[in-house]
Structure formats: C-alpha cells, structure tokens
Ligand binder design. Structure first.
Ligand code: LFR
Length: 473
C-alpha cells in the first residue's frame, strides 16, 4: 500500500503549526514539525495580525519539514475565517485587521441600513457576527477599497505568497457574507448594494483543486522543488476540522473547540428556516459541498484571555493545575454565566466582565482563580450542550452524541461537563482535527486515499480512536 507525505500549514488565532502527514489507505500519522505563537499587535490603537511574521514561521516550518522528510507531495493552508488582506501590485496595503478589533460597529450599522440581518440571511445563510467580512468591508475607508486589486482571505494570501496565484477557496469564502448561499458563487448584486467592489474578489476554487506550484522564491526559501503543488483544502479551519470529525450517526453533533467553540451538525443543504434565523445559526460551506449548520460559541478564548491577564505580573499560570483545582470544587460552588454575551468578544479583563455579568443577573460572582476557571468551563459546557440540542432540532434528528475535537478535547472537565449537561456521550478527539482534515483533502487530491468524506472519516476513526465521556447526571 502506498503511503505518501503531505504538509499542512494550520494557522489558529493563538498559534500556528506546520504538520506533516504520512497518509495511505490504512495510515494517518501526523507529526508537528513546528509550532509558533500568533501574537496580534495594536497599530495606531487598532488590532492587526502579523501575517508577515506568520508566513516566515510557516516557511521555516516547511524548510524543516523538507529537511526531515523526502518527497513532500503537496502543501495546504488553513486558518481562521473572515479576515483578509487587501493587495495591490503584489503587496499588502496594511497588515490585515483582526476580527476582534472593535471597528466593525459602524460597518454593521451601514450594512443594516440597506439590508437587515433577516434579509442577509436569506441570501448568504450566515449567523450574525459583527466581524463577518461584509461588515469589515463596510468599515473600511473607501480609498483603501479603491486602491485594492485583490481581497485575499488569510489562507488565500498564503497561497498567493507560495504560488503567485490569486484564488478564493470556497469554504472560507462562504464566511464572508458575500457568497450566494443557493449558488455558491459571489453575490454580485449584494456587493453592489453594500458598496463592495466586486472586481477585487478572486475566482473561486474548491477544496482538492491545485492552486499552483511553488514560486522560485518559495522553493528556494523552503528547500522544496518548484514542482510541489499547493492544494486548496477546506481553508476555513472549521471546514477542515469538521472534514475530520468521525461523525458516526445522523444525530451526532460536533463541537470544534479551540479559541472558538463551533457547535453544530452537518447537513446536505442549507437550512434557511425562520427557526434557524431566530436561533442565529449559520450555514457555512464545507468540503465536498456539505453544509455546517452551526453557531459560534465563545470557546476557550475567555479562559485563555483570563489567564493572559493573570500572567501580566510575570507569574505563569499552570493550566493543568488550574483545571484540576477547578474540577475539585463542588459543582454548586460556582454560578454559570452567558459565555456568548458580546462583552466577552474583545480582548480585555475577563474576570471583571464575569463579575459584572453575575452582578447584573443577581448571581454570586466567582472569587478565586479556581472558581473563575470552573465557572468558565461550566458556562462553556452549558452553551455547548444547549447549542448541540438546538442544532439537532433544527436538522430534525434527536441528538445522539457529541464529537468534541480540537484543543478542547484535552480538557477533561469540559468534556465531562458537556456530556453531563447534554445528557448524551461526548466522544473527545482528535485534538488535531483541523490539521488532519487539511492533510486528508490533500492526500485524496494526490491519490494517496480515495472516496467520500465518510471514507476519510473512517480512516480518522481507525487511526485516532476518540475518548468517550458518558453523562453522569
Ligand atoms: C475558528 C473560526 C470560526 C470563525 C472565527 C473567526 O477558528 O474560523 O469558524 O467564525 O474563527 O474567523
């Protein structure tokens, strides 16, 4: 049986990695070649990514991968969604804005003066999130949009730097708010009505298609050949993650839990019912034309950000110890709060915001770090459980299990409490679902594996057995 090697660049909001996958019909072995932090910066008070630095880390990762593994057959890039670089004459006009930058309120107002959320949902099928690309673009200075030749979402930008080719990968494009949910093509009328110049939007490609091969510069920097293809994958990280979720029944929901907790079900066609609109669910484009009916739950962000705040005095917080202490508290020791309240979206002092929420709602705020950690995990588990049930109801199937993948799968307290609160088993893992989904789509494209998404998921199940948490109450 042929086993071949492909490489994934997987960029998350807090860290990135270059992973190697050895893939064949019965093989799916991964190796993290390089991990690096992703540290957004404030420039003139506004939050931006540092994509230049991320790209140089990714190149270094590929170089290391090439030194360690002969015959890399393809490279694929995925990242968080919605954010973009504006490119003119081959260069970025500025480092891309971070979706947590608060500039988009005016964009929301501008767009909603023309089309309200219900009217937009009709056309693009998306949940309301104040940072969807459409609102970000409506917050841009018109002269920047005029100056831009191309709008490239983050993985498209990396693909452009690697190959010189300009494309928009469709799963990620589906998060912009500018794609027609019924046709999967750019909605030119919508763009015209909200003032987005459509000429800057590249042609769409689907996961599995070859974007191009390495430029001479990229080949030289990585030590790879100019014949190595860059393959479009589910370049939205959630699309890649869900491609690798070993969903085994129709009633299985997924939680892709990292910085965000993306909670939903897979469906064959968009669900555009009034109930889906009312519940603020989204229909995001998946690999092989599947649709993810999901809602964004705040995710591990609140905990990570609380810890970042506690560490500013230079004392490192031991996450594992913190979670052990939190787990040892009696269940009723802490209140839970609405983790999806918009106040938790921007960076800042999470404990004070939790206090404020609790006081406003007449419940006791946590008083120690252990209590804050427990309260955050309980609140997340509650949101995961409720949203998984809502997703199954919108799909019209009873919830049977929850597959929880991503970094959150390592958090035993979170997995157990999600199972307890949902009343169904939680199957935790794989932790690296996003990278696996990225690698598998490339592997299929170069002919190392074959078949439907179910065949790929079966390979994940055979090689990465999940850990089951059964509900206790
Ligand atoms: C997860 C994710 C979500 C998206 C959010 C912002 O990493 O891609 O799917 O809503 O980040 O882009």
């Amino acid at each position: 049986m042929t086993v071949g090697t492909v490489a994934a660049i997987d960029l998350g909001a807090t860290s990135g990695r270059v992973m190697i996958g050895h893939v064949g019909p019965d093989t799916l072995v991964t190796e993290a070649v390089m991990r690096f932090g992703n540290n957004p910066r404030r420039i003139d008070g506004q939050l931006h990514w540092n994509t230049g630095l991320l790209y140089s880390k990714a190149i270094l990762g590929l170089r290391t991968a090439a030194q360690q593994h002969a015959g890399i057959q393809s490279i694929g890039v995925d990242s968080w969604a919605v954010d973009y670089g504006l490119v003119s004459r081959g260069s970025l006009l500025s480092e891309p804005f971070h979706y947590r930058d608060e500039r988009t309120a005016q964009g929301v107002e501008r767009v909603h003066q023309i089309l309200d959320h219900g009217a937009l949902f009709e056309r693009n099928g998306l949940q309301f999130l104040p940072f969807n690309t459409i609102y970000q673009l409506a917050s841009e200075a018109p002269r920047r949009l005029e100056a831009a030749e191309h709008l490239l979402l983050i993985p498209d930008l990396f693909n452009f730097w690697l190959t010189g080719e300009v494309f928009a990968e469709r799963t990620n494009a589906s998060t912009t708010g500018l794609l027609d949910i019924r046709t999967g093509e750019w909605d030119l009328d919508l763009m015209a009505s909200v003032g987005v110049p459509s000429a800057m939007l590249p042609s769409l490609v689907d996961p599995g298609m070859v974007v191009g091969t390495l430029t001479a510069t990229a080949a030289h920097a990585t030590g790879l050949s100019t014949t190595v293809p860059v393959t479009a994958v589910g370049s939205h990280d959630t699309a890649s993650a869900v491609a690798a979720v070993p969903l085994t029944s129709d009633g299985a929901a997924f939680v892709s839990c990292g910085t965000w907790g993306l909670v939903g079900v897979e469906v064959g066609a968009p669900v555009l019912t009034p109930a889906a609109l009312q519940a603020n669910f989204t229909n995001e484009g998946g690999v092989d034309g599947r649709v993810r009916l999901l809602r964004n739950v705040m995710g591990l962000w609140v905990l990570t950000e609380a810890i970042r705040g506690w560490q500013t005095d230079g004392h490192l917080v031991d996450l594992e110890q913190l979670l052990r202490n939190a787990a040892a508290l009696p269940e009723r020791a802490v209140s839970h709060f609405d983790i999806d309240d918009a106040r938790f979206l921007p960076p800042g002092d999470m404990p004070s915001r939790i206090d404020a929420w609790c006081l406003e709602h007449g419940v006791r705020p946590p008083s120690t770090r252990d209590e804050y950690a427990r309260s955050i995990v309980e609140s997340l588990a509650q949101a995961f459980a409720a949203t998984a049930h809502e997703a199954a109801a919108l799909k019209g199937t009873p919830l049977t299990t929850i597959n929880l993948v991503g970094g959150g799968a390592l958090n035993e307290l979170l997995c157990q409490r999600t199972a307890d609160r949902a009343g169904v088993p939680v199957d935790a893992g794989p932790v690296e679902a996003t990278a696996l989904g990225n690698l598998l789509i490339q592997a299929r494209s170069v002919g190392l594996v074959h078949g439907s998404l179910e065949a790929l998921r079966d390979l994940v199940l055979r090689t990465h057995s999940p850990r089951r948490y059964t509900p206790h109450i």
